[in-house]
Design a protein around this ligand. Structure first.
Ligand code: PLP
Length: 414
């Protein structure tokens, strides 16, 4: 285990790692690591993340084996942790950036600008100028106003027309209400780009984040084929990029999604010379991060147990509001049972877990069964990498961006 992202280059370049691959820690290994962080720093009661670099490596391996023809551009918005971005860059990922700051962060890792898609259909003029100045030459658009800005500030930028996905894929966070050209807007937008002398090199769509129906990829890829046909009827033969966006979740859902994507590409985009890209966020980030929080307060009301922890809905758990996530907690009853901190006693109580701010909205869990816990025990939350710290605030002085991340990995001979 190493404690900060400055050590990342050391890990990735270490002679001992030559010929080996990073793998995820076994579940017990992660538990003992968290225990050792807690016990080795008794005075440390701040929340912390553990980022398992091996999880990221095995997800990249899974992506490459399952969707070898689709190049991943990790969506930085999902989790911009520098060590996480660094390991993705080292594993060969490209990046989807939505703002000047995200582009700066990715470039600062030594990633070349041709590994960035500026995938925000509505960009501030100053951010477009910045992209031009650093050579980020691929972006998305879905309005005539965007064409005017790009023509003025970055006329050499290649464009992807963002189209509204026909189906929101049963997504937790549909994106269609905000982005994507409607079917009858497509031809006029392509013509407007052509008249402005800009190159539209392809199409992008996003079926929605946390999608549950992989059939949505098929519908969107079929619709994209129709847009390629419109473009060639308009005399725009230069279209060659299909960007299938994000919406992927690791696990069996990914296999379904990949099967749907591959069969739709096979059916609708057989011609050679096409480039397929995607913008996965959740797929890489979610399961790589585990969050440990300290119990800072307790109240007993009859049979009900109420606990306060030092991260909450204004911090990492903003995912409950914005990402419509449910979170899961494992107790570490350190104060009563140091030998076996996971135990905490056999009996469980109906419990509420509050975040630290003085707002009742800041409630992380209700009606959750937990053993009797004490102030200074810990609650550990798995799968906390996607849309968590990225959108946390410093409301009431609880600063999400100050939460430390400990890095870990295990290795296999490859
Ligand atoms: N690309 C774009 C344009 C997005 O807006 C998002 C998420 O909002 C993503 C990619 C990442 O999506 P996901 O985390 O579902 O893979």
């Amino acid at each position: 285990m190493v404690s900060n992202h400055n050590s990342l280059q050391v890990i990735l370049g270490a002679p001992g790692l030559r010929g080996k691959t990073l793998t995820a820690l076994p579940k017990d290994g992660l538990t003992s690591l968290i225990q050792s962080i807690i016990f080795n720093k008794q005075d440390l009661k701040e929340p912390f993340y553990v980022l398992d670099l091996g999880v990221v490596a095995s997800l990249m391996d899974q992506w490459t084996r399952t969707l070898p023809t689709v190049r991943p551009f990790y969506a930085v918005k999902c989790n911009p942790n520098p060590a996480f971005l660094g390991v993705l860059a080292a594993l060969g990922s490209s990046f989807d950036c939505a703002s000047r700051a995200e582009i700066e962060t990715v470039l600062s890792l030594g990633v070349s600008p041709d590994r960035i898609v500026y995938a925000n259909p509505c960009k501030a003029e100053s951010h477009i100028k910045y992209a031009a100045s650093v050579g980020v030459n691929l972006t998305t658009f879905d309005s005539k106003e965007e064409i005017v800005k790009i023509r003025k500030y970055h006329p050499n930028c290649d464009l992807l027309i963002r189209v509204k996905s026909p189906d929101d894929g049963g997504a937790r966070c549909p994106l269609g209400p905000k982005y994507g050209a409607l079917p009858d807007e497509i031809a006029p937008l392509l013509q407007a780009a052509q008249t402005a002398g800009l190159t539209v090199s392809g199409i992008s769509f996003h079926i929605g984040s946390g999608a549950t129906e992989s059939g949505a990829y098929k519908a969107a890829i079929a619709a994209a084929k129709g847009v390629f046909d419109v473009a060639s009827q308009l005399g725009m033969p230069e279209m060659h990029v299909l960007n299938i966006g994000g919406g992927f979740t690791a696990g069996p859902q990914f296999d379904d999604a990949a099967t749907a994507v591959k069969s739709a590409i096979q059916e609708y985009f057989k011609e050679p010379g096409l480039t397929f890209i995607a913008e996965p966020g959740r797929f890489f980030a979610e399961s790589a991060f585990t969050l440990a929080t300290n119990i800072i307060g307790k109240r007993v009301r009859g049979e009900l147990r109420e606990y306060w922890i030092n991260d909450g809905v204004y911090g990492s758990m903003n995912c409950i509001l914005y990402d419509h996530a449910t979170v899961n907690a494992t107790p570490f009853a350190c104060t009563s049972n140091r030998e076996n901190p996971r135990c905490g006693g056999a009996r469980t109580y109906c419990s509420t877990v509050f975040g630290p701010t003085c707002d009742a909205l800041d409630t992380v869990l209700t009606g959750h069964q937990l053993p009797e816990l004490q102030v200074n025990d810990w609650l550990v939350f798995p799968n906390m990498g996607a849309y968590t710290a990225a959108a946390g605030s410093n409301f009431n002085g609880f600063n999400t961006s100050a939460i430390t991340t400990h890095l870990t990995y295990s290795t296999n001979a490859s």
